[in-house]
Every structure is written in C-alpha cells, then in structure tokens.
Design a protein around this ligand. Structure first.
Ligand code: GLN
Length: 389
C-alpha cells in the first residue's frame, strides 16, 4: 500500500510513553498529569442519579444548557464578566478537543501560529494538520519568562494565532496582567486570534491570582479560552472541557466541533451541572490543596540532588537533576523508571530544539503517600548515585 503520513515525525506522546513504561517496570507514576485519588463521592452520586433519570441520549451539539449556565455563573464569579451560555460557551471533549477545534477554526494553509517552548505537545500537530506552521519562541529556563520583543519580531503577514498557556505546562510559570497587556498591544489591529489554554486556572500558588484572557477587556474580544473539568474536579477520565469565545469565534469553533466529536457524553454533563448547582464553589480550595502537595514534594526533595525549581502554578513541579548526572533527560528518565522505580516526564519533548538542560516534570496531583514514596525512592537513588561518583 502506498501511504504518505501527514505527521511523519510525530510519535506517541511522552505522557502515554511514560505511563506505559511505568506499568511495564512496576514504577510509581508521577509523570502523566492525573490524580491517583478518588473524585468527590457527591459528584459520583450525581452521575449515578442522572443515568438513572434517563439522561442517556445525545446532548445538544454545543453542550447541555444546564451545564453551560453553570459555566457562565462560574466565569462571572471568577472573571467578572457575563458570557452568554448560548453564543459564547461550548462543551468539548476535554481541553484537547477545544484546542484542536479552535486551531482548525483559525489556521489555514500557509498560516503561522506562534507558540512558546516548552510547549504542550498538542498544539503543533493540530496546527500542521490545518496546513499551518508553528513559529516556536523559547521561554528560557530557569525563569521561563515571555520575551514580548521577540514575539513582535516574529509576527508576519501570515500570523493568525498566538497560543498562550497559563499556568504553563510544563514550566509551572504563570502569565501576569503585564504579559496580557503586552500581548494585547502586539495584536491590536492585526488579524490575530489568541488561544489561551487555561486548564490550570485554579492552581496558582503563594497567593497569586490567575490572569485570564476572559478578565482582560481587550483580549476577551479576540480569544478562545480553554478550560477543563478534568482538572478542576479531579476527573481527567471524564474528558469534559469547554471553550469560551465571542459569538463569531464560537460559531466558527462549533463548525469544527460538530463534525469532530459532535456532542459530549450527556450524563457527564448533567452530572457536572447538578454538582455545580449544589456546590457552586467546588474549586475554591484547589490552590491550597495543590500548594500543600507542592510543598510536601519539594520539601522532601530539596538538597537531595533533585533540586525543585520554584513553581508558581499548574499541577506539576520541575526538578533539576544536574547535580547527579549530565545524561540527556530522555535517558535519565528511563533510568529512573528502571532503577528508582519512579516515572517522571522529561522536558525535551516539549521543545523543537531543546536547550542543554537537566529538568524533569513531576506531577503533584497524587496522594500524599504516593508523593512521599516517590520522594523517598528519588532520594535513595540520588544518595546511591552520589556515592558511586
Ligand atoms: N495533560 C496531561 C499532562 O500534561 C497529559 C494528557 C495526555 O496524556 N494527553 O501530563
């Protein structure tokens, strides 16, 4: 058979690869970002109730209206603006579908999208499938700050999209209001749309507040903002996210969504709607919850040779293993799976051209006992490798 791949250089995502390797080697998995603790039993009960009540047929293409109304109320509380559930909110299959649909809606053959390295791995393949190409601008470690001058120099007549992600996966940094202002100035009067991946909107540490494009009067007029109940309700397997955008952008997104997934699992939507109606502030404790986990893991690792890098948000913690080894991160991560029995995520797959660095991403959305056990294994591994040096 003659077949030409459209994505010849794309393999299996690093998250799937590392989770698979963790299973093969019987390693503790603190790589892929998902909780290992249960969801709120009241949310589980809502799901059982709505299935029993007969919510088992197609949901409307744009999402169950009860859920979109709850989302609208939540957005008003969080970002001080009322979004119309009918024309501005679409329920999607996780954040990933929202990202894909928005990219297909905006990018056409020959167009350019600006993304920031280290970039979440779903952006570039979607841009390429749309016929576009990514201009990748590095955020340099250890601070991973935006260089807006460089962004300005990278704009061209073909630039149609800028994808930002805050809190950022995997760097654990956050954009502030000044970053959003700089972005707004750059794209003013240009045919450029913003795609803001804000799935970790509630996980910011040390009193920081999330700067959402939806709270920015100028940016919210030209942005798709992507959110995830998987992250907010600790239910990544529910694959339920949503996209918020002005009516014109939402109309274009739905043209893609209706032929991609058409509509999202209806009992999950009814269950989340019912749960949010009963517990409208379900997300309020999330920052403190994850900050305690960050502090637990970072505290155990500090001084071990796996040096924690300051983390401002997201449910990850970066560590630098440079004191222990100069090995490439892919090799070192695999060695950790085999020898320390701990699975992590190396950073180089998030780059087009990875700089020299010795960083691994650890997921903090785990039981304290998992984090403690993983930290103990890493400390033991570090002590042994220091002795053998
Ligand atoms: N968002 C998850 C992470 O960053 C991965 C999801 C996936 O495996 N595609 O770890």
């Amino acid at each position: 058979m003659r077949f030409t791949s459209k994505l010849p250089d794309v393999g299996t995502t690093i998250f799937t690869v590392m989770s698979r390797r963790a299973l093969e080697e019987g390693a503790l998995n603190i790589g892929q970002g998902f909780p290992d603790y249960p969801i709120d039993p009241r949310l589980a009960a809502c799901l059982v109730d709505v299935v029993g009540a007969g919510h088992n047929q197609y949901a409307p293409m744009e999402g169950v209206v009860e859920l979109r109304e709850q989302i609208s109320a939540k957005l008003h509380t969080c970002y001080g603006h009322r979004f119309d559930p009918h024309t501005e909110i679409t329920v999607t299959c996780g954040g990933t579908e929202a990202l894909y649909d928005a990219i297909q809606a905006v990018v056409g053959p020959g167009d350019e999208a600006i993304i920031f390295d280290p970039a979440y791995d779903a952006y570039e393949p979607a841009v390429r499938l749309a016929g576009g190409r990514c201009i990748r601008i590095p955020l340099a470690p250890p601070a991973f700050r935006f260089d807006w001058d460089r962004v300005r120099q990278s704009l061209s007549d073909r630039t149609r999209l800028i994808i930002i992600n805050s809190p950022q996966n995997p760097s654990c940094t956050v954009a502030d209001r000044g970053d959003l202002d700089a972005l707004a100035v750059l794209i003013r009067d240009r045919p450029i749309t913003v795609l803001a991946d804000e799935v970790y909107e509630h996980v910011l540490f040390d009193g920081r507040r999330h700067a959402s494009v939806l709270a920015h009067p100028e940016l919210r007029q030209c942005s798709y903002a992507v959110f995830s109940f998987g992250k907010t309700l600790h239910a990544t397997g529910w694959r339920t996210g949503y996209c918020v955008a002005p009516p014109l952008l939402t109309r274009e997104l739905r043209k893609v969504h209706q032929f991609n997934t058409f509509s999202i699992v209806s009992p999950l939507q009814y269950a989340i709607a019912r749960y949010l109606a009963q517990y409208p502030d379900a997300w309020v404790g999330l920052a403190a919850f994850f900050q305690a986990k960050r502090d637990l893991l970072a505290g155990r690792l500090r001084g071990s040779g796996f040096e924690p890098i300051p983390a401002a948000g997201s449910y990850f913690q970066l560590v630098d293993y440079g004191a222990l080894s100069g090995d490439a991160d892919m090799d070192f991560a695999d060695r950790l799976i085999r020898e320390a029995k701990v699975a992590t995520i190396p950073l180089s797959p998030f780059y087009a051209a990875p700089p020299r660095m010795t960083l691994l991403r650890l997921c903090i959305a785990k039981n304290d006992s998992t984090l403690e056990a993983a930290a103990a294994r890493l400390c033991e591994f570090a002590a042994a490798s220091r002795k053998n040096r």
